[in-house]
Design a binder for this molecule. Structure first.
Ligand code: SF4
Length: 437
């Protein structure tokens, strides 16, 4: 049985997006009225291409290319600012992701923070999250991030074994990650997150546990543990041709999750582990799950039933083409690529978003939002309860949730894809056939 079908990060998947006509930002700006929205800025620049990467990123670009990109973001921002004025939108979190955001110079980073603060309203105490990478984590940039009010910093370490980093085509060594983590740990960000990967070619149970032990030595507040996916169109896809052995990967997952729980981490999902020591981590978990506005090229906006972004691209040539088109865009009010969710797709999105993450799916919230019963709309859930993948639990306020069991959590990438509608599945398959190989 292959438990690694797909990571249900967001629904519908970007490969199901298609060209749209007659859609204007202003008509959906009302979705951002009031408090509690998310803001995301995508920085699609990296030092080089990691072997497993199917994210929207380009490498080897000069500082001038990044400046051009930021000019376009500024133009986009001022147009959005104008369209958002009537609805009085404010944002409770702002994430700078990528790509490798800290590839930006200090001057460029300062520009990013000031243009956001000057154009949009960030709420008091808003969560500011930034992604970084070992080679780009310098003392100066870290203090700049602290001064800008960064509350969550996330670093992609992946492994502390050099052979495994080479197998992943990562451009850093374990010593670079140690140096970066020393800096981050000393800077005392409210939330330090560290990413690791299992299922790496050549990785053993022992070497994976060694990486985990070393990671915990830096006391991360959160740890994301990703199974390696080998996708068509990636470097590893060309090199390996097939995915790692799913049974071995699953055994690694079982051992890693048991170890983290034994070390005082709470497992919130198949990938997310949170150190249980007093801080309120729920708010970081919520980052990026609300109504969300994306800036730049490659990030997704979720405004009610409208999801949109620039067209999904893989590989240097196609991503660069999209970046150039973004830079040449004069009118950001016209939404030309995305997905308009039907009522049924909105229900699916709700279920997928909540079911596989603690505390789980609230049947009451579902009823209040859609006016129907989740177990009637999704009879497959009843059979999953019978098979022990999910169970009914009550929280401290006696509110009922449908929560994944340990078994169900470990099968997230097998169960989640079964909730994809046939229409979305068809579109994703079409994309894979035409562009993904
Ligand atoms: S995995 Fe991250 S750091 Fe590596 S190429 Fe992709 S976006 Fe860049």
């Amino acid at each position: 049985m292959n438990r690694y079908i797909q990571y249900m990060y967001s629904y519908p998947h970007k490969t199901a997006y298609r060209p749209l006509e007659g859609i204007f930002f202003e008509d959906y700006a009302g979705c951002l009225a009031g408090f509690g929205n998310s803001l995301y800025l995508h920085i699609p620049f990296c030092q080089s291409r990691c072997g497993y990467c199917n994210l929207f990123s380009v490498y080897g670009q000069e500082a001038a290319a990044i400046d051009r990109y930021l000019d376009a973001v500024q133009r986009q921002l001022s147009q959005y600012q104008e369209m958002l004025l009537p609805v009085d939108a404010s944002f409770s979190d702002f994430t700078v992701g990528g790509g490798t955001p800290l590839l930006l110079s200090e001057k460029q980073l300062t520009r990013v923070f000031s243009m956001i603060r000057e154009s949009l309203s960030l709420e008091t105490g808003a969560c500011l999250a930034v992604e970084t990478a070992p080679n780009q984590t310098s003392r100066k940039k870290i203090s700049l991030l602290r001064e800008a009010g960064t509350s969550r910093i996330s670093i992609g370490v992946q492994s502390f074994c050099d052979q495994e980093l080479t197998a992943l085509h990562r451009n850093h060594k374990a010593k670079d990650a140690r140096r970066a983590l020393d800096l981050l740990a000393a800077s005392d960000f409210p939330c330090l997150n560290l990413d690791l990967i299992y299922g790496i070619p050549g990785q053993t149970q022992d070497s994976m546990l060694r990486s985990l032990r070393e990671a915990l030595g830096f006391c991360p507040d959160e740890l994301f543990l990703y199974p390696l996916y080998v996708k068509p169109g990636t470097l590893l896809g060309k090199e390996m041709g097939r995915a790692p052995d799913p049974d071995f990967t699953y055994r690694q997952y079982l051992e890693a999750s048991a170890y983290l729980v034994s070390q005082g981490y709470r497992q919130d999902s198949m990938r997310r582990f949170v150190r249980c020591q007093g801080k309120d981590y729920r708010r970081y978990a919520d980052c990026g799950t609300q109504t969300s506005l994306a800036l730049g090229c490659g990030g997704r906006s979720y405004l009610g039933r409208l999801h949109f972004c620039t067209p999904y691209a893989l590989g240097q040539r196609d991503c660069l083409r999209q970046v150039r088109m973004f830079e040449e865009t004069e009118d950001f009010s016209r939404i030309s690529y995305g997905f308009l969710l039907s009522d049924e797709e909105q229900k699916r999105r709700f279920v997928i978003r909540h079911l596989l993450i603690r505390p789980g799916l609230s049947p009451q919230q579902y009823r209040e939002r859609f006016g129907t019963e989740v177990l009637e709309d999704f009879p497959i859930l009843k059979s999953w309860i019978q098979q022990g993948f999910f169970k009914r639990v009550l929280d401290e306020a006696s509110k009922e949730y449908l929560a994944p069991t340990d078994l169900g959590t470990g099968l997230s990438d097998y169960l989640g894809p079964q909730l994809i509608s046939s229409d979305v599945k068809k579109k994703m398959e079409e994309w894979e056939k035409n562009y993904g190989r």
